[in-house]
Design a protein around this ligand. Structure first.
Ligand code: ARG
Length: 467
């Protein structure tokens, strides 16, 4: 039999309490308990505000504050008894507080769980974005270390997974750093959108009581760069809005795509076919059958986790689509996807940082691949351009040179000059000089290009940015 309704906080108008099945179905405390530090900070700020406007005495406020401190200590020590019958983190904490502090019965004055959870989550997002941003920065630093330790290593760059043009390994790594820098910027933007205080919005229509929203916002750190409080401007939107969830999950999903692409590069590079890198044993596994195998499982999981991160974004978009304003209980399902995005993105970042720290570069294999003269076919076309040949004709002529090399089984740079001249008379005696790899790179002087002067500039830039 369901318990008497007066056992639940909102039981006044109910004849019977929720069925055990309903409690199990509707509880969220199993996952929203991680909001406890934010919930408690929010409650302490709210109590301070209530005291300030005269709705709590100074004594009551102090008792509530101390009681919440004690509860937080218990939670941190793992001694707090969570009760699924109390639904969520908010009710669990409030009930525990009420048991020890009579004034706790006044804490929920001028507040609803709707603006309470909106506040908790905004505080959580600010925290989560900061933590994740730092972890991504650690990945960047580890990758920068790889580039710095192999400054002079050249590899082919690829398009369509076909050898295209030579680049410094550092240039490829810097491309990853750019992707990750954008991820960090996106997370910083999410934290900035989170920085608006919804407390005081009540269930959806504010309160008749004389609350001081600016005060609570200030106490909780919802302030701009000049310390001015930032308040949500519409009570209905404030409790219904879940944009931040989507923005955070989107930032996570895109970070996941980046991880996946980086992981895929490493998987390819560590294959016997490429052999550019060797992954650290500590992040690989063996085969139960084939003794020679060393499998890039960490990279494969980085690639696989990106699917999950994308799924979380999709879950949220679907969850909020078509919901009438304002709060609907559906919205309780908003937390598992963002918590999962945080947890998975965080461990992925840690794994990639660890893996990058143990990467071995096979310089000889890289050099052999980068020495493929075909990588400089485009440079050969540029050479003809400097001799006055229009690029389209130059491209065509070099194509014919490549075809000839292939047909005669001679490396591109070893073809006899007379043969090459037959294809286009603009080829001079110096034509094969184009295939000097270092010289070819040195010509790439523009911003963003892989020439050595630019690489040096980028090293300086990243060293400073990631100091
Ligand atoms: N656990 C709830 C959630 O996360 C808290 C808000 C409940 N509000 C309500 N009106 N039932 O959605």
């Amino acid at each position: 039999m369901p318990k008497q309704a007066h056992h639940v906080t909102w039981g006044g108008r109910f004849a019977v309490g929720p069925a055990a099945l309903m409690l199990r179905f509707s509880e969220s405390v199993s996952y929203d308990r991680r909001l406890a530090p934010f919930d408690i900070a929010g409650s302490q700020a709210h109590a301070a505000m209530l005291a300030r406007v005269g709705l709590l005495s100074v004594r009551e406020r102090a008792a509530i504050h101390a009681g919440l401190d004690a509860i937080l200590a218990e939670i941190s020590a793992g001694r707090f008894k969570w009760d699924a019958a109390l639904e969520d983190v908010h009710m669990n904490i409030e009930r525990a507080l009420t048991r020890r502090v009579p004034a706790a019965a006044k804490l929920h004055t001028a507040r609803s769980r709707n603006d309470q959870v909106a506040t908790d989550m905004r505080l959580w997002f600010k925290h989560a974005c900061g933590v994740l941003g730092e972890k991504i920065r650690a990945v960047q630093r580890a990758l920068l270390g790889v580039a710095a330790a192999h400054r002079r290593v050249l590899i082919p760059g690829y398009t369509h997974l076909q050898r295209a043009q030579p680049v410094f390994l550092a240039h490829h790594v810097f491309a990853w750093l750019e992707m990750l820098a954008r991820d960090r910027a996106r997370l910083a933007a999410v934290a900035a959108s989170a920085n608006w205080c919804p407390l005081g919005s009540g269930a959806l229509a504010g309160t008749t009581l004389p609350v001081d929203r600016e005060f609570t916002a200030r106490v909780l750190g919802f302030v701009d760069a000049r310390g001015r409080p930032q308040l949500t401007q519409n009570s209905m939107d404030a409790v219904a809005d879940r944009d931040l969830f989507v923005e955070f999950a989107a930032a996570g999903a895109l970070f996941g795509s980046h991880l996946s692409r980086i992981a895929e590069d490493l998987i390819l590079w560590s294959s016997t076919e490429f052999g550019f890198v060797s992954l650290p044993d500590a992040f690989c596994t063996g085969s139960s059958l084939m003794p020679q195998k060393k499998n890039p499982d960490a990279c494969e999981l980085l690639r696989g986790k990106s699917a999950r991160l994308q799924g979380n974004l999709q879950t949220l978009l679907t969850l909020i689509k078509g919901l009438p304003l304002t709060y609907n209980r559906d919205l309780q399902e908003d937390k598992p996807p963002v918590f999962d995005t945080f947890d998975q993105a965080a461990i992925c970042a840690d794994v990639l940082a660890g893996l990058a720290g143990g990467l071995t570069i096979n310089a000889a294999r890289c050099a052999a691949a980068a020495a493929d003269p075909a990588l400089l076919a485009t440079d050969l076309a540029d050479y003809l351009v400097t001799k006055g040949v229009p690029f389209r004709q130059a491209h065509h002529a070099v194509g014919a040179v490549v075809k000839l090399a292939e047909k005669s089984g001679v490396p591109l740079n070893r073809l006899p000059t007379v043969e090459v001249k037959k294809i286009n008379p603009a080829f001079g005696p110096d034509w094969a000089g184009v295939f000097d790899l270092r010289r070819a790179l040195a010509k790439r002087i523009g911003t963003g290009m892989p020439g050595p002067t630019q690489i040096a500039r980028q090293f300086a830039r990243w060293n400073k940015a990631l100091k």
